[in-house]
Ligand binder design. Sequence first.
Ligand code: 13P
Ligand code: SF4
Length: 349
Amino acid sequence: TLSVDDMKTSVQRIKEKMGDKLFIPGHHYQKDEVIEFADQTGDSLRLAQVSAANHEAEYIVFCGVHFMAETADILTSKDQKVILPDMRAGCTLADMADINQTERGWAEMQKQFGDTIIPLTYINSTAAIKAFVGEKGGATVTSSNAKRMLEWAFTQKERILFLPDQHLGRNTAFDLGISLEEMAVWDPMLETLIYEGDLENIKVLLWKGHCSVHANFTVQNVEELRQTSPETKIIVHPECSREVVELADYAGSTSYIIKTIQDAEPGTKWAVGTEMNLVNRLTQQHKDKEVFSLNPHMCPCLTMNRIDLPHFLWALESLEKGEVINQIKVDSQIGQLAKLALDRMLERG
Ligand code: 13P
Ligand code: SF4
């Protein structure tokens, strides 16, 4: 077996040999051993934008999860090939909205609300869900533009169906002044709306999905820290629950978290509610500040972590041999409809 140093030397060699033919986007949650080779790091929005803008690369080796690679495939030309170094790198949140469930739920909502709903989907969703949303005149959103996209959606229809992350949907709608009484939850398992009150008052229908990583940051974590270290600032991702976001000092996308900590005064203390690899990196990069996880047990995203150095090297070595392994290829009809949803977002920055 190869040592880590040997693997890194091989990655570097293949990268240099392939030059502009190869493009490596890397999400902020990726492991250090992989992210150090990324040509571009970013949050989900940035990575979608840079993939769409890259016309040179023949191969895009995506260091992130399945829905991100699908998005890159949809946004690049048909002769560019997108590769995911480990096919098991999915996203449990994206998996919480299945297209059949969504179609059934939508039909039910049409019965209850008529043609008053526009669907929006978090980019953490399958290509099939994006296609569904695109076909219905809706758009994708990311954690860094969700507010703007919800504002736009309300210029189109009086109600929004937000898939698949109830927390990002609820936190964003709340920021826009929509009260919790004006939000209902659609349970895809029970195929019912969870709501007590007059249906007429509902402005946002939240799909009952959540990110299993961000679910680990709790009110108890916040309360304990407020007791033991009141001077520590708490910053969380909006995939955390409403209660946690409410109690935190700041909430925003991974890029927002990175920038806020970068810009903070030396000597300040930060508890961060997001994925472990990013928190550890911030701890290492900002030795003049104290940066640690809001949940003392740390919270890794197991699927993001499946992209490790051996899988990454394996993907690159295969390309060097002229084999295309683990290509992510979205069906062209689904891709076209999904692109409508993505373009409506990208047009708005
Ligand atoms: P962002 O990097 O867009 O904030 O997304 C976080 C995330 O959970 C990606 O899966
Ligand atoms: Fe999906 Fe959550 Fe992992 Fe992001 S952190 S890839 S939303 S499971």
